[in-house]
Write a protein that binds this ligand. Structure first.
Ligand SMILES: [Zn+2]
Length: 119
């Protein structure tokens, strides 16, 4: 999952993934907080809700709204371990590595940046 551009292209070809977009209030929130703070939130979410293996609520841990990162997680298939397994081939029966966490955060950040540029 190192070629961010190729991954974003692949996601764009998915009808479901490409149906997610930031709403005006998400954009306003990002402008108000700044991208660094948004990515700090992203790091908290990924470590708490995605990194551990065998999460009891896997598939339901990422709300469909409430934070721009949640939208980005659905848009990038980084919403649950099931989707990470299907899209990126990451075994869901082990914790995510530091490298995987950083790759996921990079993909989410790139998707948010692209959304902001396309406004
Ligand atoms: Zn999912």
């Amino acid at each position: 999952m190192t070629d961010t551009r190729a991954i974003l292209k692949r996601l764009e070809r998915s009808k479901f993934r490409s149906s997610f977009h930031l709403k005006q209030k998400d954009i306003d929130y990002i402008h108000a907080k700044g991208m660094d703070t948004i990515m700090d939130h992203c790091d908290d979410f990924i470590r708490a809700r995605l990194a551990p293996s065998n999460l009891p609520n896997d598939g339901k841990q990422t709300p469909m709204k409430g934070h721009p990162v949640f939208i980005a997680q659905h848009a990038t298939a980084c919403c649950c371990r099931g989707c990470l397994s299907k899209w990126y081939g990451i075994d869901k029966n082990r914790d995510l590595s530091e490298t995987e966490i950083r790759n996921i955060e990079r993909i989410i950040g790139a998707w948010i940046t692209k959304e902001m540029e396309n406004r």
